[in-house]
Design a binder for this molecule. Structure first.
Ligand SMILES: Nc1ncnc2c1ncn2[C@@H]1O[C@H](COP(=O)(O)OP(=O)(O)O)[C@@H](O)[C@H]1O
Ligand SMILES: [Mg+2]
Length: 377
């Protein structure tokens, strides 16, 4: 059942369009992320859900109600901001109780709700402390507690972890996932961090330039990115994207890159001969053997694997994953291959549509790659 629905939502600031014709249908209890680079309209979208901004046109529904004209307090939502400023002079308990106090919830009930929320977030031993006596992670949990205490229908979270260090972020990610599972509440989570979106969300809405690029499950966004923008935004290291051209050869598509060609096989009906791009994730490259010739540009050792960059010419470098014991010298010639089964093809342009049919197989190990489909130079 849909819980939050945006229909043809536009938001303009003067003549500038911050959000353009946005359609989203968020299910009850779903955890969705709004993901995209800075300035793509994530916060504006969240603020429209919260009632802090009003759409220029379009409709926003929460539950059964159209909320376009409802003030924040009447929407049954709670929002956690990036700068989760706690009241410094209030204790943890008072901070958590504040939204209830504002709503004139009677004192005994307030105390009970605060105790329950503190228990859930493991803040009980800290209830009497002041914010400055807490770690960053603990402060963030208090901010969450302030949102949770009212048990709203929908949670809106705007980059709530971005002020924390990397280790704590990982820990809080896990806590939020668990919290979501326990509460079963609808959550809309804004982030520019694709790893956060990938690990936490039921579905990810990828945005760019105020426009929705794709709204799908993390695995689908990763395996079948709707367009070149999504393909390059998701994944670390990023997808290798090579400009070239498509041509037809005996009923099949072939992609010509500078220096090599890849059999693209069957593509969707939008495929046209001419300029296009090919995308291949680092795991789709086999470095050490194959028909394509390059030179080693860089080997980054991360511990459990190496990130190896191969240079084909001045303008073209490709990144692959290699075993930790596979180390080359910089400038050393190397051969490699591209697994055509894992290749994506995109129409021309930065947001060129993905042309493949369906979702490719993932995790294809070198052993089960079909040699006939491999890159030929
Ligand atoms: N109140 C405002 N007035 C004018 N422009 C704004 C306002 N709020 C946001 N914008 C612009 O709208 C765009 C989207 O902003 P925002 O939603 O905050 O992006 P994000 O959260 O994805 O980084 C940005 O270009 C921003 O400068
Ligand atoms: Mg923002």
């Amino acid at each position: 059942m849909a819980d939050v629905v945006l229909t043809n939502v536009n938001k303009k600031f003067g003549t500038f369009t911050a959000v353009e014709d946005l359609n989203l249908d968020i299910g009850q209890g779903e955890f969705i992320s709004l993901l995209g680079p800075s300035g793509c309209g994530k916060t504006t979208t969240l603020r429209m859900l919260a009632g802090l901004e009003f759409p220029t046109s379009g409709e926003i529904r929460i539950g059964e109600r159209v909320v376009n004209d409802l003030p924040p307090g009447d929407r049954d939502i709670a929002m956690v901001f990036q700068s989760y400023a706690l009241y410094p002079h209030m204790s943890v308990g008072q901070n958590i109780a504040y939204p209830l106090k504002k709503r004139r919830v009677p004192k005994p009930e307030r105390a009970e709700l605060v105790a329950k929320t503190a228990e859930m977030l493991q803040l009980t031993p800290l209830l009497h402390r002041k914010p400055k006596e807490l770690s960053g992670g603990q402060q963030q949990r208090v901010a969450l507690g302030r949102a949770l205490v009212r048990d709203p229908k929908v949670f809106l979270l705007d980059e709530p972890l971005s002020n924390l260090d990397a280790k704590l972020r990982g820990y809080m990610r896990a806590e939020l996932i668990e919290l979501h599972q326990r509460l079963g509440r609808t959550m809309v989570y804004v982030t520019h961090d694709q790893l956060e979106a990938m690990t936490m969300s039921d579905r990810i809405a990828v945005m760019e330039g105020g426009k929705l690029q794709q709204f799908a499950q993390p695995q689908e966004v990763y395996r079948a990115p709707a367009n070149r923008f999504v393909a390059s935004f998701i994944g670390t290291p990023g997808m290798n994207i090579v400009d070239g051209a498509l041509r037809e050869e005996s009923g099949q598509w072939v992609f010509d890159a500078p220096g090599f060609s890849v059999n693209a096989g069957d593509l969707g009906s939008d495929a046209r001969p001419g300029p296009a791009a090919m995308g291949i994730r680092p795991e789709g490259l086999t470095i050490g053997s194959g028909p394509i010739q390059g030179t080693i540009q860089l080997v980054e050792q991360t511990g459990h694997e190496n990130i190896t960059v191969v240079r084909l010419d001045d303008d073209l470098r490709m990144t692959g994953r290699t075993a930790p014991d596979q180390i080359w010298r910089m400038g050393e010639p190397v051969q490699f291959s591209i697994d055509a089964h894992q290749a994506h093809f995109f129409a021309e342009g930065p947001n060129g549509k993905r042309l493949n049919r369906g979702v490719p197989k993932t995790g294809a190990s070198p052993a089960n790659r079909t040699p006939s489909k491999e890159a030929t130079s």
